[in-house]
Design a protein. Structure first.
Length: 353
């Protein structure tokens, strides 16, 4: 990493630590936040969620969604608050039929080349206005030293859910469409690129300090398709966002990227790379020579807690020391995780050498 220009250092010191790391600064101890830090593992979240009839209703109620965003900040003092929402609100905003069923998760009407024509980019911002109101409320309530992170699902991952109609082990439907009719599948990806740019841009306008792109199913693609449907759409999104919002920092999380992580770091245009928990630390360190990295504790180690968790936190801290690093998990917090384990993680990150 190149050192920060001396004349910019003073102004950056006043910014949240998480943003400073994304600008290339090394901070010790590193800032820490966790994917899915607002969620079912917290009793206060479960009590709040019980007041809403459905999950989408909860996401579209600014008072409730803002409270869910802030709960883990109050309890643990994370360095960043990530907006409480869901990646599939973009599909809902486009006009896809989305619902969340108790015990099943997201269920959609599977998209086809014919139904693709019914989706409308112009619906996204008006339909998702409550989400942007949530961002404003959180920004007003959040201390200035804590960053507010907006987010969206990356186009490939959104396409997976929209084509398959639900979570899947192999997502055969989008992959079959991708290969059998690349023209119409490319039209879907183009639509999702535009929708993602609009959704993230609106979050930045409402007060988000930085944004993260979740490409949760990037790892199921072969290398050529990874470049075409993960790296290339991400590069288009990052370019468009940075043209609209000078200085915006973007984290990319291509889960399961494996050996393609270097190409992603070089070509996607992101400012920081989230590493999943399967990524070897030495590979992550190589990526860190190019960009700040984020991660990558196994969420099951957080669930287990104890000495094994603390030891791994120390290994991660040591592996990524001396260069820009944001401590995080390598995927989201599991619902059965004891909150006291999360508190112990934050303490360990901030006190271990």
């Amino acid at each position: 990493m190149r050192p920060l220009p001396v004349d910019n250092m003073a102004s950056r010191i006043s910014q949240p630590a998480l943003l400073r790391v994304l600008q290339g600064e090394t901070i010790d101890p590193p800032p820490v936040w966790l994917m899915r830090q607002a969620g079912r593992y917290l009793p206060e979240y479960r009590a709040l969620r019980a007041k809403s009839d459905g999950f989408l209703e909860f996401c579209y109620t600014p008072a409730a969604a803002a409270e869910a965003t802030l709960q883990p900040i109050r309890r643990f003092g994370f360095d960043g608050a990530i907006l409480f929402s869901d990646i599939l609100v973009v599909a809902d905003g486009l006009g896809a039929k989305v619902e969340f069923r108790e015990g099943e998760g997201p269920v959609l009407e599977p998209l086809t080349p014919q139904s693709l024509k019914l989706l409308k980019l112009g619906r996204v911002r008006p339909h998702l206005a409550p989400v942007y109101e949530t961002v404003k409320r959180v920004r007003d309530a959040l201390e200035p030293q804590r960053a507010l992170i907006g987010f969206a699902g990356a186009p490939w991952t959104l396409a997976c859910y929209m084509c398959e109609g639900a979570a899947s082990r192999d997502f055969a439907a989008p992959k079959a469409w991708m290969w059998s009719d690349p023209s119409s599948f490319g039209a879907l990806i183009n639509l999702l690129v535009g929708a993602t740019v609009e959704h993230l841009s609106a979050q930045v306008e409402a007060g988000a300090d930085c944004v993260q792109l979740f490409d949760s199913w990037a790892g199921i693609l072969p290398d050529a398709e990874f470049r075409k449907y993960v790296i290339a759409p991400t590069a288009r999104i990052t370019k468009a966002l940075k043209q609209r919002h000078a200085g915006l920092r973007i984290i990319g999380f291509p889960r399961g990227a494996g050996p393609m992580i270097d190409a992603y770091a070089r070509e996607s245009g992101v400012d920081g790379v989230g590493l999943d928990y399967t990524m070897p630390l030495e590979t992550g360190r190589a990526v860190q020579q190019r960009l700040p990295v984020q991660g990558n504790l196994d969420p099951i180690l957080l669930l287990a807690g104890g000495e094994a968790m603390t030891a791994r936190i120390g290994e991660i801290r040591k592996a990524f020391s001396g260069m820009p690093h944001i401590f995080n998990l390598g995927h989201g917090i599991l619902p059965a995780t004891p909150p006291e384990h999360v508190a112990a993680l934050v303490a360990a990150v901030r006190t271990l050498p």
